[in-house]
Write a protein that binds this ligand. Sequence first.
Ligand SMILES: O=C[C@H](O)[C@H](O)COP(=O)(O)O
Ligand SMILES: C=C(OP(=O)(O)O)C(=O)O
Length: 353
Amino acid sequence: MQASNLALPLTQPAAANASVSQRLPSPHLLKQQMPLSSELAQQVHAHRQAVRAILEGRDPRLLVIVGPCSIHDPRSALEYADRLAALSREVDDKLLLVMRAYVEKPRTTVGWKGLAYDPHLDGSDDMHAGIALSRGLMLGMLERGLPIATELLQPMAAGYFDDLLSWAAIGARTTESQIHREMVSGLELPVGFKNGTDGGVAIATDAMRSAAAPHRHFGMDAQGYPAIIETFGNPDTHLVLRGGHKGPNYDADSIALARQGLAKAGLAARIMVDCSHANSGKDPARQPAVFEDVLNQRLAGDTSIVGVMLEGHLFDGCQALGKGALKYGVSITDGCLGWDSTDALLRRAADQL
Ligand SMILES: O=C[C@H](O)[C@H](O)COP(=O)(O)O
Ligand SMILES: C=C(OP(=O)(O)O)C(=O)O
């Protein structure tokens, strides 16, 4: 590269089709500005340990990852958190409820990419505000006593939130990515790998084996500098069945097949079923039937089923973004199960377990 190119200002495109950039705070700086108190850090530690105990079969409770497909409105997200925290206090002898605090959305092609990317919901992509708003909301959920979960999509963004999470997902579209597997290898929290969008489990079992191993990879350190990151392997991973292009994979035969895949890969039989996505055909009204089927398998003695995932919001369904005023408490990504149905479903499950 010539010296004249090196001197270009950061926001200046080098050519008509080149990209422009804007600096963001380093993860360390954002964490300093929006710190996790030592009390809440202890809470997160205890919740991570509780998730690990469920994965290892030392805690007989069912792990339930539940909440909005995506968070777009701080007020409705915190109202959801209030309700979930109150329910959790009533059912926590049977269920460990973890709130979905999803602020990054993977898209099949294009679409709104989540609160961390576009917090003003207008395509302005104010990620600076997005990461701060997301972290602030996550802290608010922790203050309500809830463990939280998210999908870690952009490895460079993970450092803004990783201290707050008790569980993370690697999504169906990124489970095959070496970059995500390397990132998980360095995370000190339990992580679920979704099966690939084809519905097969081999990509996820490869991912778990890769993430369990140590790696050295290109990355960004906490101060925001390019760095060689050395990781030590994450033993706390598991499979998440979410269905695929050919249909659902939550039935007993599919789960037996998944168990075989895990055994063949030398991995522990730890399975979570995502009742949404291809397991519900993206019809949120089908989530309770999927949940109940999976619960019955567990009640019939299938201890490999350690958890379930539900996409729920305050109200049923979803709405399109950019088509006028938004309805309060309704998802702007995938359709969700409303609170009343979610509450009833989880209470029934707690009674049955
Ligand atoms: O969970 C959310 C969606 O299923 C995922 O982000 C893909 O969405 P899309 O197919 O609408 O882009
Ligand atoms: C995007 C999600 O899931 P998947 O990766 O299974 O599509 C999600 O859980 O929000």
